[in-house]
Ligand binder design. Structure first.
Ligand SMILES: [Zn+2]
Ligand SMILES: [Zn+2]
Length: 179
């Protein structure tokens, strides 16, 4: 959804729309976000404030995410409020270019006087992710040896790590370190 910012010069504009789950396209195969778990509700207000444009937005929906530890997919609520400041910066070509101020992510959703609200939404979805995405707080992850998902199965390697011989070795190492 491309918005011409000239249309908000006189009065703020409010946009409300819903994005269908099929909209999300992962960039790479190992993206953390698999897709949307349902329609995503988007509300965005755009207003001119001095020389800047202010975007106030809210996203609500569900995301399909890949767990960082066990790599299984899980659903998570997405409730995100955000505020962006944009400014028109004169470019080399003599025309003005919109630029995101205080950006913590290089996002290209503007050209000239226009802004692509779907790109704004996409970047905000990425920013809403926690540092670590876990299907549950105590996710056991994958066995580093055989790759089994330890949330659903116990593998032989686990048993070996609990083997008396292995524990003895650990004790020896501990003794050596403390001396
Ligand atoms: Zn997990
Ligand atoms: Zn294993």
């Amino acid at each position: 959804m491309i918005i011409d910012l000239k249309t908000v010069l006189l009065a703020p504009r409010r946009f409300e729309f819903s994005i269908e789950p099929g909209w999300w396209q992962g960039d790479r195969e190992n993206d953390q976000i698999i897709g949307l778990g349902g329609p995503l509700k988007v509300e965005i207000n755009i207003a001119k404030a001095g020389s800047k444009y202010v975007l106030d937005g809210r996203l609500s929906g569900r995301l399909l995410i890949r767990c960082d530890r066990c790599l299984e997919h899980y659903e998570s609520d997405l409730e995100s409020d955000f505020r962006l400041f944009l400014a028109l910066i004169p470019s080399d070509t003599g025309q003005s270019e919109l630029e995101l101020l205080e950006d913590d992510m290089a996002v290209d959703f503007t050209s000239g006087n226009e802004i692509d609200l779907e790109e704004v939404v996409r970047s905000q979805i990425f920013l809403s992710l926690p540092l670590k995405c876990l299907c549950r707080e105590d996710c056991l992850g994958l066995c580093p040896v055989c790759g089994s998902n330890l949330n659903i199965e116990t593998c032989e390697c686990q048993r070996e790590m609990g083997h008396p011989a292995f524990l003895k070795m650990k004790n020896l190492k501990f003794k050596g370190e403390s001396e």
